[in-house]
Ligand binder design. Structure first.
Ligand SMILES: [Zn+2]
Length: 227
């Protein structure tokens, strides 16, 4: 390869990286893109994306996503998320959804499971041997709300908090006993309202997790991300 070609290739790579927002795409990104999945960042410019498992400060304490740098969703879930963001902007101008996790190919799920195996945290990660959850179909999102300054609203706990306070069934009780504030309960309700309006279902144990369909429907009508 002569120097001119090498240099041209180098610049082409730089331009590609720059065009994608400064982060080079990984292998899993490419596969999801090829399948026609939607990059959440391109859905609505208001939506904030910050993948917690691509960083070290998640509940397992180290980055777990190799080759996955973006939030991808099945087109059905992407449409629902866009509708939810539009509803949020209507109800609360200036507020935006912040996506903390979306599609999780089985290889990423296995990596995650291997990290927590043999620890007390294993019960919070679904065993890939059982067929996977809705993240493994690209039909679930972990999401919170940020205000006009980009600060997360008070939801009573952080996203991915391990404990009963993350549940949505006893919020009135938790407000009464001072475990979460009345404002946090209201903020969670706002999140559920707009996500439901978009077409998502809330999960009882985690205020931030929303599924587009049931596990049975996912199994029957969608394809697990088995790579
Ligand atoms: Zn989740």
């Amino acid at each position: 390869m002569n120097h001119f070609i090498a240099l041209s290739l180098f610049f082409a790579m730089c331009i590609e990286t720059f065009a994608q927002g400064g982060i080079a795409q990984g292998e899993l990104d490419r596969k999801l893109s090829d399948m026609g999945f939607v990059d959440v960042a391109t859905l609505d410019t208001a939506i904030v994306v910050d993948l917690m498992y691509a960083r070290d400060d998640n509940f397992v304490g180290r980055a777990m996503y190799d080759g996955l740098t973006r939030a991808w969703l099945h087109p059905d879930a992407a449409r629902a998320l866009k509708a939810a963001q539009e509803e949020l902007a209507r109800q609360h101008p200036g507020y935006a959804l912040k996506i903390c996790d979306a599609s999780r190919p089985m290889s990423a799920q296995k990596q995650m499971y291997a990290t927590v195996r043999g620890t007390s945290k294993v019960r919070y990660v679904s065993n890939p041997a059982n067929g996977g959850g809705l993240h493994n179909y690209g039909l679930a999102v972990d999401v919170t709300i940020v205000d006009e300054n980009g600060d997360e609203l008070d939801m009573g706990t952080k996203v991915d908090y391990l404990g009963a306070e993350a549940g949505v069934n006893r919020e009135a009780e938790m407000v009464a006993s001072g475990v979460i504030t009345a404002q946090a309960a209201k903020n969670r309700e706002l999140l559920r309202r707009v996500m439901r309006k978009g077409g998502f279902r809330a999960l009882p144990s985690e205020w931030w997790h929303f599924n587009l369909v049931s596990r049975a429907t996912a199994k029957a009508s969608y394809k697990v991300l088995d790579f």
